[in-house]
Ligand binder design. Structure first.
Ligand code: HPA
Length: 267
């Protein structure tokens, strides 16, 4: 079983892989370069979502190429990190939330691998968008490592790249949102279409607009992210090292109604 790690803002370098090498994966959506290597004899595929220099904004990330490449390179599990603002006073800057639901407020992103025609049409089930088994595994690891996490939370995904208005944040609170970020959708949706077990470790970097007493800045997000890296990394390393050898959830069969995992092959 291979594990993909998608590093979000402030997490550009795996920094822990042995025998690390670049792996070029051609996809129908463009080439992707993964960092492939090993952690405690487990094969790991690392991908910085925004590029190594944070040069790709959230609305322009090539989500389909990224998830395709991880699937093509053989990943079964994907652990993603994400910087988020908090709408919930109990989720404080520096804390980790294992989000279990999302509200989608994106506007312009390709959302599916299944564009009709030969690709077929897939209405994928997302009742539980983040793999419940993988989330449980990470939560158990966090308890073992004495890293405090919030075991669930609703991620509001905005289009970005701007931050939100105070009125938008009030609306998201009324709708039940806990944290806000710009990248989980469509990443989590595509991961399910590709049959991957996907979970997000969301690190709260700030209180959201109108809750924070100061205006928001990308620099603040990066600073808090780098201050709080250690527990995030430890939780990823710990979870990675003890992932099960088989999967018992429904994620792998998400595209089964098309009779196959369904992804087109390049050849
Ligand atoms: N809003 C959207 N995305 C974010 C935020 C925020 O407040 N903080 C970190 N990523």
């Amino acid at each position: 079983m291979k594990t993909g790690i998608i590093g979000g803002t402030g997490f550009y370098d795996p920094g822990f892989l042995e025998k690390e090498r670049d792996l070029l994966v051609p996809t129908p959506y463009g080439d992707v370069v993964l960092k492939a290597g090993y952690y405690q004899n487990r094969e790991v595929l690392f991908l910085p979502r925004h590029g190594e220099q944070h040069s790709v904004p959230p609305h322009l990330v090539n989500y389909r190429a990224n998830i395709w490449a991880l699937h093509e390179a053989g990943a079964d599990f994907v652990l993603a990190t994400a910087a988020v603002g908090s709408l919930n006073q109990e989720m404080r800057p520096g804390e980790i939330v294992l989000v279990d639901q999302f509200l989608d407020f994106t506007k312009s992103r390709p959302m599916t691998f299944y564009e009709g025609g030969d690709d077929g049409v897939l209405h994928v089930d997302l009742t539980h968008p983040y793999c419940p088994n993988l989330r449980r595994h990470i939560a158990e690891k966090a308890a073992e490592l004495k890293i405090q996490v919030h075991e669930k939370g609703t991620y509001v995904c905005t289009e970005g790249p701007r931050f939100e208005t105070a009125a938008e944040i009030r609306m998201f609170q009324m709708m039940g949102g806990d944290v806000v970020g710009m990248t989980s959708v469509p990443e989590v949706v595509l991961a399910r279409e590709a049959g991957l077990c996907y979970a997000t470790l969301a690190l709260v970097t700030n209180y959201a607009a109108g809750i924070s007493p100061t205006s928001l800045s990308h620099r603040e997000v990066i600073e808090v992210m780098s201050r709080s890296q250690e527990s995030l990394r430890n939780l990823i390393y710990g979870s990675l090292a003890s992932l099960p050898e088989t999967r018992s959830c429904a994620c792998a069969g998400a595209a089964a109604e098309l009779g196959t995992l369904g992804l087109k092959k390049n050849d």
